[in-house]
Design a protein around this ligand. Structure first.
Ligand code: GLA
Length: 542
């Protein structure tokens, strides 16, 4: 398969996930403290396991700098993130992607980096020590991210520019590398799949081993290390990635790269011709919808953002931001932050859109109507009763007038309040016919009265007798978890639903609820929880 790809894509082309698969290519704070129990691991006391995070927000080097990334670039981007309003809006991770390491190890297997690429930043530091850049990022009040591959070789064997490098993966060194990342001070690690795919490995097996190495590193250093899985959706990660290896919070890529990187400083023919299209963005959204796998702590990753990059118009930026926010997808901006226009920046920091993104349930939306082919109404249930986010997406070449049928959003009647997210202004619910220009999106948040849900009581660790869903359906699960820590619970349905739930700690006999989307066909549910943990399920048929 890889030989086929290489022959057919030419020397400079990289085997992006979608091509490998032959798939049609198709607030404020990013840490949501749902529950804080202090958990002790030997000497270190780690709160990480008690924190369910909202989908991460930050910057990633790949889309705009590819494998030319170095310390100066990362410092400049981190400085911009810290001062352009993004940090205040909740963007906190600065992630160094492929290209930071060229596969060299010392005699004891420790990673060795180029001392010029990663030179000392402050007096007293050594050249070639990745702790320098992590400390620099921390000094700005931000968090630092790094990147590796689950296989022996990494994606540097298919370089975006320059020579290829082998052995840039962590296989055979999981415990050593993830401990090293944590000791250097990194808070986030993205784990790619070029080597895993080349070796035809099982993603579920390899990433569970990585998860264990991450948990071991966290215990030793006392520093949480956020786990970002990047296997391009090739082995249905939405089935096994939630809770993989017992991890409470993670993200997994659902498809290939939106685009090959657009590096403005590389003026070769290949980079000059790269332009992002609306279809690139829509394809990532289309492949990324696996709402049954997502709830607080576990996220489908639609890929790093390309907002404001070459080819993106203001309307395309709006569609991109609106869809990633309503999907509660990770908002890892891959643009060169120093080149963002005021319009792109204002979208990224719009408080109303970020409130939709950071909703505590963090669910994906349900498509509730398609009044004309390509004109779609997507609605996302939110944690406050009766609250919804609604996106009217116009994929077509013609403007559309759309009237929303409130009953399709599970509401008793018209909402009592309605807000246009882009203008950050109230709209009278009586005027709820929306004009959506061609290739554009209207985004709304609203509050109304929920229709009464059907209620099912758990017996032991099962909920039986649920009427099979005829479409994806919003539900709330009530539970008790007085274990003092987040409980990772696998759940299965006769429909084939197989995912995990991260249940935050509750105190005493108090119950708490999480939101979830039950897929088409869901009937009985079986949980691998202790009896008494799962209480009631409320199913809201829309
Ligand atoms: C793959 C990933 C990208 C990026 C590159 C780096 O293509 O999907 O997000 O990390 O590798 O080579």
């Amino acid at each position: 398969m890889f030989d086929f790809i290489r022959r057919n894509l030419g020397k400079r082309s990289r085997p992006y996930g979608s091509r490998i698969l032959g798939l049609s290519r198709v607030v404020a704070t990013a840490c949501l403290l749902l529950s804080l129990g202090d958990i002790s691991f030997g000497q270190a006391s780690v709160q990480a396991n008690a924190i369910l995070r909202a989908a991460p927000m930050g910057w990633n080097s790949w889309n705009s700098f590819a494998n030319i990334v170095n310390s100066e670039i990362v410092q400049q981007q981190a400085n911009t993130l810290a001062t352009n309003g993004m940090k205040e809006a909740g963007y906190q991770y600065v992630v160094i992607d492929e290209g930071w390491w060229l596969g060299e190890r010392d005699a004891t297997g420790n990673i060795v980096v180029n001392p010029k690429q990663w030179s000392a930043i402050r007096p007293g530091q050594k050249d070639g020590d990745m702790a320098n850049i992590a400390a620099y990022i921390h000094s700005l009040g931000l968090k630092a991210g790094i990147y590796t591959d689950a296989g022996r070789d990494g994606c540097s064997m298919y370089p975006d520019s320059g020579p290829k490098y082998m052995h840039t993966g962590s296989e055979g060194h999981y415990e050593q590398d993830f401990l090293q990342f944590s000791k250097w001070g990194f808070d986030y690690v993205k784990v790619d799949w070029c080597g895993g795919a080349k070796e035809k490995r099982s993603g579920a097996v390899q990433y569970a081993e990585v998860a264990r190495a991450i948990q071991r590193a966290e215990k030793i250093t006392g520093r949480p290390l956020f786990f970002s899985i990047c296997e391009w959706g090739s082995q249905n990660p939405w089935v096994w990635a939630p809770g993989v290896g017992g991890i409470e919070s993670t993200i997994w890529r659902t498809g290939g790269d939106i685009i090959p990187p657009v590096v403005e400083s590389l003026h070769d023919a290949e980079h000059e011709k790269r332009v992002i299209t609306l279809q690139n963005v829509l394809d990532s959204f289309n492949t990324g919808m696996h709402p049954e796998a997502q709830h607080t702590g576990y996220y489908n990753d639609l890929d790093m953002m390309v907002i404001g990059m070459r080819g993106m118009s203001e309307a395309m930026d709006r569609i991109h931001m609106g869809l990633w926010a309503i999907a509660s997808a990770p908002l890892m901006v891959g643009s060169d932050l120093t080149r963002l226009s005021p319009a792109s920046l204002s979208l990224l920091t719009n408080k109303d859109v970020l409130a939709i993104h950071n909703d505590p349930y963090s669910l994906q939306p349900i498509k509730v109507a398609e009044p004309f082919p390509g004109v779609q109404v997507w609605a996302k249930p939110m944690a406050v009763a009766g609250r919804r986010a609604v996106a009217i997406l116009n994929r077509t070449d013609a403007a559309a007038q759309v009237k929303i049928d409130w009953s399709k959003l599970g509401l008793e009647s018209a909402p009592r309040s309605l807000r246009d997210v882009w203008n950050r202004q109230a709209v009278a619910p009586s005027e709820a016919t929306f004009n959506v220009p061609a290739h554009d999106i209207v985004l709304l948040s609203l509050e109304g009265e929920d229709k009464k849900p059907a209620e099912y009581r758990a017996s032991e660790s099962e909920i039986n007798g649920i009427q099979a869903m005829s479409a994806p359906t919003f539900a709330q699960l009530e539970f008790v978890n007085n274990s003092g820590r987040v409980a990772v619970v696998r759940v299965k349905s006769t429909s084939g639903l197989s995912t995990a739930l991260a249940l935050p700690a509750t105190t005493g006999l108090n119950t708490s609820t999480i939101g979830l989307i039950l897929p088409h066909g869901t009937a009985d549910l079986a949980f691998d929880a202790q009896p008494g943990v799962i209480r009631n399920l409320f199913v809201y048929s829309w």
